[in-house]
Design a protein around this ligand. Structure first.
Ligand SMILES: [Zn+2]
Length: 390
């Protein structure tokens, strides 16, 4: 059984929100300060890290995906008595479940009124609400998102979008009816690119007894700004006092009032041999700072600095760029362990810093950080980003 509450501490204009999600694990109260993220996992494990490594990083909450456990149906882990926290040896963390992997949403076979299609390493599987909730009641995560009928095509018809909203709401009703007490359900807001359907989905979801909301931008094949504009329509119709999780928006989602993000970015960069170096220092104004360095590059062979000067992570406190380059070059597994230790630490530090800026009303610093991080990604020039943010 898990206690759960969300306190909204501050809203600023633009819509930065500062909040606190309080949950209890093993009779201890734990806090997830927001904005924050659910740390991405593959099959219940943070990529490149063992639970021991993970303890060196200030992680509070992890996102787990049912899709990764469905090679057999029902998943063998549902036969384990004691719940998913114990099965994964993640007993002190808040665990958030969803059906599909927000980091790798693949277009697969269709959904119907009864099931969602998912991808496993044994091929495509179908999951019904009844099965999903049954697994969740056994796993006993802190929170899970209800099933959603996402439409991974561009410009779907209004009829298709209406069907998606109806299905998602029906699935939510079934979920709320069947979920056992103590597990908290977040409703997924849909509506694709149709404004009136986004409003209907948000209003109807908000009318249900959900603990929070998920906004999924992954099926919207458009620019970040267009995606954010659509999300804003939904957010207008959601109550302010419940947390909002978003997929596929990245940190600019902070500006429209998102509290929790998905986060496969640090692990993807780690797999490429990249160490994150984007700007997070309070007054370190360097707009042109590199977003990451590629440790495969031979120029780091004799570079005895840490990945990032001043970083307090285990890797930066104890190892040099040259050593990590050497480990990559010799295909030693420790290379990605050290890189991930840094990348995840740095990413979480970014959220910590953003929270501090919201608290202190130092928004110029946030703008500078966004420009440093997203200058190229969100396909806007710096002046446009400034305009967009403020
Ligand atoms: Zn570091």
């Amino acid at each position: 059984m898990s206690g759960f509450s969300f306190n909204l501490l501050k809203i600023t204009d633009p819509q930065f929100r500062l909040g606190r999600l309080i949950f209890s694990r093993n009779k201890h109260e734990k806090i997830l300060d927001t904005p924050n993220c659910f740390v991405y996992t593959m099959r219940g494990s943070v990529p490149h890290l063992t639970p021991d490594n993970l303890q060196t990083i200030p992680v509070d909450a992890l996102g787990i995906t049912l899709e990764h456990f469905l090679e057999a149906q029902p998943p063998s882990s549902t036969h384990f008595v004691g719940g998913i926290h114990k099965f994964l040896n993640l007993e002190d963390y808040l665990l958030f479940f969803d059906v599909r992997d927000s980091g790798k949403l693949q277009i697969i076979s269709f959904n119907t009124d009864k099931f969602v299609s998912v991808v496993t390493n044994q091929g495509c599987r179908k999951v019904t609400t009844e099965e999903y909730v049954r697994y969740m009641n056994i796993y006993n995560p802190d929170i899970f998102a209800s099933m959603a009928d996402l439409i991974p095509v561009k410009n779907p018809s209004l009829k298709r979008v209406k069907k998606s909203v109806d299905r998602t709401l029906n699935w939510l009703d079934e979920t709320l009816e069947q979920t056992k007490e103590g597990i908290h359900v977040f409703g997924v807001v849909t509506g694709h690119d149709k404004h009136e359907e986004r409003v209907r989905s948000a209003q109807e979801t908000a009318n249900r007894n959900v603990a929070g909301f998920v906004l999924n931008g992954l099926d919207l094949d458009m620019t970040s700004k267009e995606r954010l504009d659509l999300m804003k329509i939904s957010l207008k119709h959601l109550p302010k006092n419940k947390p909002r999780v978003a997929y596929g928006l990245g940190a600019p989602g902070l500006t429209i009032g998102i509290d929790i993000f998905d986060t496969s970015y640090p692990s993807e960069e780690t797999s490429l041999g990249h160490g994150l170096t984007f700007l997070i220092l309070e007054d370190g104004i360097q707009n042109e700072q590199e977003k990451f360095i590629n440790l495969w590059d031979n120029k780091y062979r004799t570079d005895f600095r840490p990945i990032l000067d001043g970083c307090k992570c285990y890797a930066c406190q104890n190892h040099t760029r040259a050593y990590i380059h050497h480990l990559l070059d010799t295909h030693e597994m420790l290379a990605t362990v050290l890189l991930m230790s840094h990348n995840l630490f740095h990413y979480l530090q970014f959220f910590k810093d953003i929270r501090k800026s919201i608290d202190n009303n130092t928004f110029t610093n946030i703008a500078k950080r966004f420009i440093s991080m997203y200058g190229n990604d969100i396909k806007m020039n710096k002046a446009e980003i400034k305009n967009f943010l403020f």
